[in-house]
Design a protein around this ligand. Sequence first.
Ligand code: HAM
Length: 420
Amino acid sequence: MATLNAPRGTRDLLPEETPAWDRVEAVARDLGRRYAFDRIETPLFERVELFARGLGESSDAVEKEMFRVSGAAGSDEDRAGWALRPEPTAGIVRAYVEHGLHVRPGPLRLTMTGPMFRYDRPQAGRYRQFSQWDVEVIGDPGPAVDAELIELATRFYAEVGLTDVVAHVNSIGDAECRPGYRNALVEYFSQHLDRLTDDSRRRLEVNPLRVLDDKALAPDLADAAPKSADHLCDACRDHFRTVLDLLDALGLRHVVDHRLVRGLDYYTRTTFEFVIAGREGQQQALGGGGRYDGLAELIGGRSTPGIGFGIGLDRTILAMAEQAVTLPPPAPLVAVVGTGDDHASRLRVAGRLREAGLAVRPDGSSRKLGKQLEAAAKVGARWAVIVGDELERDEVGLKDLDSGEQRTISLDEVPGSIRG
Ligand code: HAM
């Protein structure tokens, strides 16, 4: 019979890969606590309309990459159309509006970690199911929080052990100044239609900012294109200036990147992305985010400023492997083995050691002791606790599987001896 494989663009994380995931998730959780974020969870799927309104019909995520799911065929709900979430921000803002969270003392600081889905062409660092650590601050117009979030993401990369991560920042203006900038882009690129890809020509009509996002755009054409920073209204210019001043004051490594328009329509003002310095353009961003002051209204709520970022955990872990980041050593593993056939004693001893916080793997076989010890070493145990007749006196053998040294000690002393 033919074997069955994981769907294209998805991956199984085998046990040797999960310690890196544990590490980045632990750093994210701890930073969430230290930066005073509260956890929120939203469904893995939502109405297609939420993403169409929030992210924009012409965003790649909606236009090309919606991972549609169907419910019971023919039901009203099914006709409404569902999609697996391509990103968390729209769902979080939907929950904010739906539950009237604006009445809570704010600004709200919300965080979530979990899988996202985009039906994209799979390649290295681009998957159909991937994970993000997401943070959102809703109800804060900035600009201090803009800098605080860029600082938080920068700290995340440092704490997982990555070096040379640099923040690219830009401002794409707001409802007041963006139309003028769009017109300037249309006017400029219309003179160079012959040098644009088909995709860019189409984007020029529906969302001209996204032409700057086209990886195939000729560098000279991109460099000479109108810059959003030159078309900002006074309020947006002041906002952007203050964000940059704050980043300087915090000593955060950043560059102003005029091409950074981001792929989702909800963004206003500050946008940012994180890449490894010197590798811009060659690789995809490790994370990105920005301000979305109009999103709550698009979703049917009252006008509410917001800003956040999503860090791609898959790409973060790939970068950690490239930079050969070492992970903290795992807790030492203890095997419980026995001379006789007394499995009740082995399980009881294992239970006592686990109560003391140790990671314990009892041998459930009746093989010879030597075989059990060999097997323990093979699965990575650092210590073996040998259960035999001495257990009557509440004693066991403790064998250091590295040095081979062995002694008899009281069971209560085992955790202390192992931890040194
Ligand atoms: P995004 O830039 O679309 O932003 O995604 C954030 C990060 O998710 C990317 O920088 C990348 O590391 C990772 N990522 C995106 N697509 C894939 C993929 N197909 N495979 C692997 N990793 C991927 C957002 O999603 C916004 N919601 C961020 C945000 C939060 N803005 C405001 N608040």
